[in-house]
Design a protein around this ligand. Structure first.
Ligand SMILES: C[S@@+](CC[C@H](N)C(=O)[O-])C[C@H]1O[C@@H](n2cnc3c(N)ncnc32)[C@H](O)[C@@H]1O
Length: 401
């Protein structure tokens, strides 16, 4: 079948006999033969069996693990085409789900390779690797081309030790500091590898990697990084942006959109990444976050930077919203939950800065905002995740009346 266009999730879309086929590994303009993996009523999820007419935008991927490790689904596509398709996917979703016609926005690229400051490896039979997407295939990793080179080196050193009994190895880094996090179901001796910090997490929950009881084996148990003039401490279990270069672009854009004013609220604030940037321009600032360890660190980060911010440990749905001039939200992939969206729409801030890593839930939430007389004043995409179909959206909504 002919692939018409690229859509959310990184699939190529084709049609046959009134049915839609979503094809992983196929690109717009190609003629492909497919293998159906999952059959549903109106749509079938497929993989490529044979490419009859390939896209001119294909290239040879630089990584030997491409196709088997489960990451980097677009590494065999020219980088310019990756950017073009991300913009197309954004406008397509906004058109279909948010019911709004937008010109393709600017997309800001970042370094193509070795950009990630965090990696979550699985450990199987003492070997370090990744599990392929939607499969139980374990792939031992020689070199990963999207994580920073020092993370690859730490993995190589860890490989020399006996890793039996560990489920995961997470490695994170900041400017000049590296942290290894070993995850195991039981307390056990941890290999002494050459990182500034070593942490053991005792975690029985197979669904969440970075969780559980924490024991600091070496170092002080947190990373520190300065971005756009603010110093952040990042504890082992807390979310932090995985691409520092992209993170600086994001926070500059959020600060520009938020502007200056009196009262600002940052929902899903993590360790205060955006909150502390914008706190320099607002008189009263609050941040809301559900992870207790992130809130402790957010408060410490405010103190470190001499900024006065009120961080509240709560689910956003349980936080009582009052009048704010500006509200920022940067939710997980699931987007803004219904209760939180209703509360935002009830207090109707003049400006709403929405940061999202999921185009489908962003489009769904945009629809709600647009129905309630918000207008998209500006939007940019930031390519935080080159070689994959993922990207980040930063947008400014303004209340019309
Ligand atoms: C995409 S991260 C953004 C964090 C922060 N804005 C940053 O850039 O570092 C989403 C954050 O929302 C938090 N979170 C998830 N569900 C939440 C909820 N229902 N209420 C409050 N925070 C939540 C997560 O712990 C995580 O820190």
């Amino acid at each position: 079948m002919k692939i018409e266009k690229m859509i959310a999730g990184g699939y190529g879309l084709g049609r046959k006999d009134g049915k839609i086929y979503l094809v992983k590994g196929a690109y717009a303009g190609e003629d492909v033969e497919v293998e159906v993996e999952k059959q549903m009523k109106d749509v079938a999820f497929c993989t490529v069996k044979k490419i009859d007419i390939p896209s001119q935008k294909r290239r040879i991927p630089i990584c030997s693990h491409f196709g088997s490790c489960g990451g980097c689904d677009w590494m065999d596509l020219e980088y310019e085409a990756q950017l073009e398709y991300k913009r197309d996917i954004f406008t397509d979703q906004m058109n279909h789900i948010a019911k709004v016609d937008l010109l393709p926005p600017q997309i800001i690229p970042t370094s193509q390779y070795f950009y990630r400051n965090k990696v979550e490896f699985s450990i199987k039979d003492g070997k370090i690797g990744y599990f392929g997407k939607n499969s139980h295939n374990f792939v031992e990793i020689d070199k990963c081309h999207i994580i920073s080179n020092d993370l690859n080196e730490i993995k190589d050193e860890a490989k020399k030790h006996n890793l039996n009994g560990f489920d995961h190895l997470v490695i994170r880094k900041s400017e000049g500091r590296k942290m290894a996090i070993f995850i195991s179901k039981i307390f056990q001796r941890v290999p002494d590898i050459n990182t500034d910090d070593i942490v053991l997490l005792v975690n029985k929950n197979p669904h969440v990697v970075v969780a559980g009881h924490q024991k600091i084996i070496k170092g002080n148990g947190y990373l520190e990084i300065e971005l756009n003039g603010i110093t952040y401490r990042i504890p082992p279990k807390s979310f932090f942006q995985v691409n520092y270069e992209g993170a600086e672009i994001l926070s500059s854009k959020v600060s520009e959109y938020a502007g200056k004013g009196e009262n600002l609220l940052d929902l899903y604030c993590g360790v205060g990444f955006f909150t502390l940037q914008v706190a320099r321009n607002f008189a009263h600032v609050k941040g809301v976050e559900s992870s207790p360890s992130s809130v402790i660190e957010a408060r410490e980060n405010a103190r470190l930077n001499g900024l006065n911010v009120d961080f509240i440990n709560s689910k956003t749905s349980q936080f009582e919203l009052s009048n704010f001039d500006v509200v920022i939200a940067d939710p997980p992939r699931s987007g803004i939950d219904k209760e939180t969206m209703n509360a935002i729409l009830k207090v109707r801030p003049k400006k709403f800065v929405y940061v999202s890593c999921d185009v489908s839930t962003f489009a769904r939430d945009s629809y709600e905002l647009i129905q309630r007389r918000y207008k998209i004043k500006d939007v940019v995409l930031v390519d935080l995740f080159p070689q994959t179909h993922h990207f980040e959206i930063v947008s400014l909504f303004e209340r019309e009346v």
